[in-house]
Structure formats: structure tokens, C-alpha cells
Design a protein around this ligand. Structure first.
Ligand code: HEM
Ligand code: HEM
Length: 166
């Protein structure tokens, strides 16, 4: 029991971290205006700290820990396309891309605080990250809910009595 509980904590930490990251990003994005700059700064730095902590924990995490950093691989992708076995490789690709693009957006924001010529690159990366996040949400929604929903519809259709057309 104690073992099960202790092995669950990295997952709980990851979920809490994800909530802080997603919430921080949302607030930073919605307050990216001169009138709400203090809030933008606070939420933006929160996102930056969250990413730095994730990278630090990821580097220190042991082999099987859920806190290990995602490792996207083309070889794994090719294997999966051929066999369709195992975890979908896009999970790792999305996780790594999100950490990179959201981290870069926050880092450029922090640098733009002192170097105003970085404001445009900061804005461009922040806008680009929104597209990656949109694709991420669509992907996880499909993988965790959409596939089950489609399988249920498929099962219902195949068990329905077949009508004769005469
Ligand atoms: C409603 C919105 C969201 C939902 C439902 C969602 C859902 C998820 C889920 C289920 C995972 C785990 C995927 C897996 O099984 O490996 C995940 C991972 C991740 N999400 Fe989201 N997410 C959302 C918004 C966001 C936002 C706004 C960001 C960025 C600001 C984000 C960044 C990430 C990252 C970086 C990971 C990988 C975590 C890691 O392993 O390091 N997500 N998300
Ligand atoms: C991932 C987190 C962040 C996101 C999503 C984000 C998003 C944005 C966006 C979309 C803009 C353009 C606003 C506009 O001109 O319409 C902006 C501007 C700006 N952001 Fe961020 N930002 C983030 C983090 C940060 C951080 C950490 C700082 C550091 C203080 C920062 C400082 C700035 C500055 C100085 C501007 C220019 C403000 C202006 O044009 O008046 N941002 N941000």
C-alpha cells in the first residue's frame, strides 16, 4: 500500500504542475496588454519557473519515473506506424514541442522585459505556441475520449439489426 502510494506521487506532482502551467499560460495570454502588464508579468514568470522546474526534475528523475523528460524518436514513430503497438509516439512529440515552444515564449518575454526589440519575437512565439496547444488539446481529447466514443458508436452500429431494402 505504502509502495503504491509513494509511486503515485510523481503523477500527482505532474498533474498539479500541468494545472499551474496551463493556468499560468492562459492568464499570461489573456493579460498581454499594457493595462494588465503586472498580471501578465506575474503569470509569464510563473510559466517560466514551471518549465525550468520541469526540466530540472526531468533531468534528475530516474529511468521509469513519469517525471522523466519526454523523448520523441523518429525510429519509435516508424515502428509504431508499422505495428500500431504501444503508446502513441505523438504523446512524446507533443510534450517535447510544448515544453520547447511555451518555454521559449516565456523566456523571450522575460528578455523582452529589458530589451524591447525582443517584444515582436516574443509575441510571435507566444502566438505560435497557441497553435501547438490547440493541437495538443485536440490530440489528447481524441486519444482519451474520442476513440472510446467512436468505438462505442461502431459497436452500436455493428450490433443494430440489418434492415432489408425490399
Ligand atoms: C484543456 C486543456 C488541456 C488538456 C485537457 C490537457 C491534457 C493533457 C494531458 C491528458 C496530458 C498527458 C498526456 C499523456 O498522457 O502523456 C498533457 C500533457 C502536457 N500538456 Fe496539456 N492539456 C491542456 C492544456 C495544456 C496547456 C494550455 C499547456 C501549455 C501551456 C499544456 C502543456 C502540456 C505539456 C507540456 C504536457 C507534457 C507534460 C510532460 O510530460 O512533461 N497543456 N496535457
Ligand atoms: C508563456 C507565457 C507568456 C505568454 C503566452 C505571453 C504572451 C504575450 C503576447 C501575446 C504579447 C503581445 C501583446 C500585444 O502586443 O498585443 C506579449 C507581450 C509582452 N510580454 Fe508576454 N507572454 C508571456 C510571458 C512573458 C513574460 C515572462 C514576460 C516578462 C515580463 C513578458 C513580457 C512581455 C512584454 C514586455 C510584452 C510587450 C508588451 C507591449 O507590447 O506593451 N511576457 N506577451
Amino acid at each position: 500500500m505504502a509502495g503504491a502510494t509513494s509511486s503515485r506521487w510523481p503523477l500527482a506532482v505532474l498533474k498539479a504542475w500541468h494545472a499551474v502551467l496551463a493556468g499560468g499560460f492562459l492568464v499570461a495570454y489573456l493579460t498581454a496588454d499594457e493595462d494588465t502588464y503586472a498580471m501578465h508579468q506575474f503569470a509569464g514568470y510563473l510559466v517560466l519557473v514551471a518549465i525550468v522546474l520541469r526540466l530540472a526534475f526531468g533531468v534528475l528523475a530516474s529511468g521509469e519515473s513519469p517525471l522523466r523528460l519526454p523523448r520523441p524518436s523518429w525510429r519509435r514513430m516508424k515502428e509504431w506506424v508499422a505495428t500500431r503497438k504501444g503508446r502513441h509516439p505523438l504523446f512524446a512529440w507533443f510534450a517535447a514541442s510544448l515544453l520547447a515552444v511555451v518555454g521559449l515564449a516565456a523566456l523571450l518575454g522575460a528578455l523582452a522585459d529589458g530589451a524591447s526589440w525582443l517584444e515582436d519575437p516574443h509575441e510571435a512565439v507566444a502566438e505560435a505556441s497557441l497553435w501547438v496547444i490547440g493541437a495538443h488539446i485536440a490530440f489528447v481529447t481524441y486519444m482519451y475520449a474520442g476513440r472510446k466514443w467512436m468505438a462505442r458508436i461502431g459497436a452500436r452500429l455493428s450490433s443494430a439489426p440489418r434492415e432489408t431494402l425490399r
